[in-house]
Design a protein around this ligand. Structure first.
Ligand SMILES: NC(=O)c1ccc[n+]([C@@H]2O[C@H](COP(=O)([O-])OP(=O)(O)OC[C@H]3O[C@@H](n4cnc5c(N)ncnc54)[C@H](OP(=O)(O)O)[C@@H]3O)[C@@H](O)[C@H]2O)c1
Length: 340
């Protein structure tokens, strides 16, 4: 047995309503010796997604629920520090669903894969990872943008929304409007990311502002939020408009199902479409998206930001930041510097 100790955050109790830091418990256990063909990863960054809240409910979804006493599931990037595998060597950067823990013993794919050459770990968890892919395929495959479209994005200053809005501009949108919480985020969207307008849903009437900003209607609504903001957008859809159901964070901590969108009949009147998607279904096409996203990044056509907190002790607090609107861009937690 090695002398290494593995700090881990486990699910202690299933949250009821808003998730709390006390729903998780920090435990330490020895790191076991490697068996044949295994390798040991030291986690460097944890990625935080609002969907992780849904994984804590005891309901079947597109992934099974996290079990009580199980290490909290999360995407991470780490570095191989010991190896008995022919395919993974010390120093390799890897990514996978490796959870809120410092060390993890791996047996190889499908649970873990090497990072593409030259991609910094924090980008592999944000714009050049699942976040970028979600924005890319949600907007392009579900939204099907056309030249001159008016595009509205909710959760626009978050990880996915900020990228989706910029891709809409690249694809020829005539106007991109972001909806976000707070003046500072709204200024960031218009002054730095190139959105044409932003609505602060905390202080403004979203339905009225959308009507003013999009007098011909919304062609694509990329929704990360759901709830009343979805209703406000539905009221303002253009003929043959598309609603991309990416997420619905406004209801993730609700104890009861939120009331359905009351303005959905606008989709009948406007011959519109509302469609959900899960990014996992697009993994076979990830390299195509990565080529575009990498090119747009290096050309400066997509700007990104990561909100990087530090220290494994802060994992639950960092998770809660998503639901408090404290993050701008992608929420990450740095656990360690690359040890090798
Ligand atoms: N379909 C898929 O495959 C897929 C994949 C990844 C993510 N998603 C979804 O995409 C959405 C965005 O995820 P992300 O990782 O990019 O997170 P994010 O947008 O970076 O972070 C969450 C943001 O949501 C906003 N928010 C929190 N509570 C809210 C509320 N009650 N009402 C309105 N806004 C609220 C906050 O911004 P404000 O300050 O603006 O309130 C917060 O910063 C989520 O709904 C997530 O579930 C879907």
């Amino acid at each position: 047995m090695s002398n290494r100790k593995n700090g881990q955050w486990r699910l202690k109790t299933r949250p009821v309503g808003m998730v709390k830091t006390t729903d998780f418990e920090f435990v330490t256990e020895p790191v076991p010796d490697l068996k044949a063909n295994e390798f040991l990863v030291r986690n460097l960054y944890f990625s935080f997604e609002p969907a992780m809240r849904g994984w804590l409910n005891d309901v079947e979804s597109y992934v099974p629920p996290v079990q009580v006493n199980e290490v909290m599931r999360a995407f991470t990037v780490g570095q191989v520090i010991e190896s008995d595998s022919a395919d993974f060597s010390p120093g390799d950067f890897v990514q996978g669903m490796l959870g809120w823990q410092e060390y993890v013993t791996c047996g190889g794919p499908p649970g873990v894969s090497k990072l593409s050459e030259g991609i910094p770990p924090h980008l592999a968890l944000s714009v050049l990872g699942g976040t970028g892919l979600t924005a890319y395929f949600g907007l392009l495959d579900i939204g099907k943008p056309k030249q001159g479209d008016v595009v509205v994005v909710s959760g626009a200053a978050g990880a996915t929304g900020s990228v989706a809005g910029q891709i809409a501009k690249i694809k020829g949108a005539s106007k991109v409007v972001g909806i976000a919480g707070g003046a500072e985020k709204c200024v960031w969207l218009t002054d730095e990311l190139g959105f044409d307008a932003a609505i602060d849903y905390k202080t403004e009437n979203v339905e009225d502002r959308l009507a003013t900003l999009c007098p011909e209607g919304i062609n694509i609504f990329f929704d990360n939020v759901g709830g009343s903001i979805l209703d406000d957008a539905l009221t303002n859809m253009a003929m043959h408009g598309r609603v991309v159901l990416c997420g619905a964070i406004s209801g993730y901590n609700d104890e009861d199902l939120p009331p359905g969108p009351k303005n959905y009949t606008q989709l009948i009147v406007q011959r519109g479409r509302m469609e959900g998607f899960i990014v996992f279904d697009y993994m076979h096409k990830a390299s195509e998206a990565m080529q575009d996203l990498s090119a747009w990044l290096s050309e400066g056509r997509i700007k990104h930001t990561e909100d990087i907190q530090e220290g494994i002790e802060n994992a639950p607090v960092t998770f809660l930041r998503l639901f408090q609107g404290k993050n701008k861009g992608k929420q990450l937690l740095k656990i360690a510097d690359a040890p090798i």
